[in-house]
Design a protein around this ligand. Structure first.
Ligand code: ADP
Length: 351
């Protein structure tokens, strides 16, 4: 293969590639390597470019014994720490004009995103197991008690059965939310195609939550733009978005006595680069401290876990909202001030 073609191929690959001669000096580096480790690589001793002992050892094995190798290492590249997969392959004499005596090729692949995804998956499984185990342990304990001590005590039996019902309902909600989340994630790239009237969606969500609001003595107030407000969407999913937000506003912000659902038309929304409909769910409750705001939409993230559980929360509501809004090519913004209340803003492209 002509030298220029080899170079062009190595230049085009999305990995950092370094050719290292027998003196352990960099003979050549592709553009990705230069952007990761600095512009002037040729001529530099390899150890001054990559200090990781494990990569150094793999390189020595390739040069001394002609043995290929692969190691994982954390290193700093382009000013940030990355998880790297380093592959080292020996190169024979005359394989490359720049290294007549032979050498080795070191390929560095940034696998940070893959490792992060693996860590997230592990955390998720651990969280789900933990969330399910708590009610399950309670249920098993009460079954045991009903078989034994409470067997002939009708009053205790009724009390335990109602706790068991609550715990079973919690598990049921959790499984329901997990299914919703996985369904929404699976179809996130497919934008819904139906035309939906946002006014009807909001009316439906408010109607569903009216009893919960009344029970907490919270007034639900729908205000702003009226009439037909068409968006491209999935009516069930959009209803779920606003039901979740209004339900949270009642649960966590209900102390303020009212929850407002304000709709407005925006002629040009810079974030969506076009006309938009804006729905704000506003409560006058206790608000959320700023440090929590960026993490609220993470699965199972709660400001107060105990309180959320007590209210029947699964910690998945806002994660579901975020994914549905993303599927609709919209945006979710959360503003809150401790002591004053919270504002959850959904922006959707208008048709
Ligand atoms: P949960 O099932 O716990 O309600 P969500 O994902 O819906 O889960 O919400 C995550 C957390 O965000 C809640 O546990 C709560 O701490 C906080 N939160 C959500 N909405 C509000 C609100 N309107 N006011 C204050 N805190 C809120």
């Amino acid at each position: 293969m002509p030298e220029t073609l080899t170079t062009a191929l190595l230049d085009a690959l999305p990995f950092a590639i370094l050719l290292v001669n027998r003196m352990e000096k960099v003979a050549w580096a592709n553009p990705v390597a230069r952007s990761m480790f600095g512009p002037d690589l040729p001529g530099r001793p390899f150890v001054t470019v990559l200090r990781q002992p494990s990569i150094g050892e793999a390189l020595e094995a390739a040069l001394a014994q002609g043995a290929p190798g692969q190691v994982r290492a954390r290193l700093t590249a382009g000013g940030r720490e990355i998880a790297a997969l380093a592959t080292v392959a020996p190169l024979p004499q005359d394989a490359d004009l720049r290294m007549p005596e032979g050498g080795a090729m070191v390929v560095i692949e940034d696998v940070t995103a893959v490792e992060d995804a693996e860590a997230m998956r592990r955390d998720f499984v651990a969280n789900v197991s933990h969330e399910l185990r708590t009610p399950l342990t309670a249920l098993m304990g009460f079954i045991e008690t009903l078989r034994g001590a409470a067997r002939d005590d009708p009053a205790a039996r009724d009390r335990f059965l109602s706790i068991m019902e609550r715990e079973a309902a919690r598990m049921n909600r959790l499984v329901g939310d997990l299914l919703s989340l996985s369904r929404v994630e699976a179809e996130e790239r497919r934008r819904p195609t139906a035309e939906v009237d946002l006014t009807a969606v909001l009316k439906g969500a408010v109607q569903t939550l009216q009893p919960a609001a009344e029970a907490q003595k919270v007034a639900l107030i729908r205000e702003g733009a009226e009439g037909r407000l068409p968006v491209q969407g999935d009516p069930d999913q959009l209803t779920q978005v606003f039901a979740n937000l209004v339900e949270n506003a009642i649960k966590y912000g209900g102390a303020g006595g009212e929850v407002r659902i304000n709709v407005s038309r925006i002629a040009h929304e810079p974030v969506l680069r076009g006309a938009a409909l804006k729905v704000e769910v506003i409560d006058r409750g206790e608000g959320i401290e700023e440090i929590h705001l960026p993490r609220l939409t993470e699965r199972f993230y709660r400001v107060d876990t105990h309180r959320s559980r007590e209210q029947g929360g699964t910690g998945l509501g806002l994660a579901i909202v975020k994914h549905i809004v993303a599927r609709h090519r919209g945006r979710l913004k959360i503003e809150s001030e401790k002591g004053k209340g919270s504002r959850f803003i959904v922006l959707l492209p208008a048709i």
